[in-house]
Design a protein around this ligand. Sequence first.
Ligand SMILES: [Mg+2]
Length: 260
Amino acid sequence: MAIADSYDGFLVDLDGVVWLGHEPIDGAAEALTALAEAGKPTVFVTNSPRIAPAEQARTLRDQGIDADPDRVVTAGITLLDLARREIGDGGKVYAIGTHGFLKQVNEAGFERLPADRWQEAEAVLVTGHPHFNYDELKAASMAARAGSFLATVGKDPTMPMPDGPWPGTGAIVAAVETASGRQAVVAGKPERPIFELGIKRLGLPEGSRVAMVGDRLDTDVGGARNAGLDGILVAGNDAHDPGTKITPDHEIAGLIDLIE
Ligand SMILES: [Mg+2]
């Protein structure tokens, strides 16, 4: 019996599972096609806030994987979904992030405020970008202190780079939290919102058996547990933190092992 037989659908991490830095991983496309043919839906779940779902879906299709934008759930889209639930469609937000993320904020229909109009912000949305500055910190923290909904994609303190770890979104969020005295709600893995949106997009009936497949014990497998799902670890990358006590429900070398 294959592992896939135990589940009705899957949430699937992208980097380290489907591709490595956009280089396709052997067997991934074949496995995803087989799951689709077996009537087991998959939704891709990624913490990357910069690239819009439509663009991720295009990259997937280029690699022979059938995917429409609705089947890609990013931490950025989850953050916008959270904001919409909190302040409603078309609300006023102060957002910090890359050009790609800010464009998604606009496309979601929010009114994006300049820093000097922070008083009007109903929500403050924080993601990392390399030009983060004092004016942004000031606007975000003053709006949060005044009671705006404060949320972020994630709190990773660093991101891996060839010359060593660079400050990540978590470092920027920490600055806003310190200055505002508020705690940001986290949309991305390992917190629940991204998993809940992913499950919704699977479109399966209540009580269906869903597993998350990812290459990180803390965010993917640990996050799956937080959300009440099984966690399947794709081993072999830099996934093993000896300090963690999380045990995956299954450990596989690649997606192809789900169906064989
Ligand atoms: Mg990954």
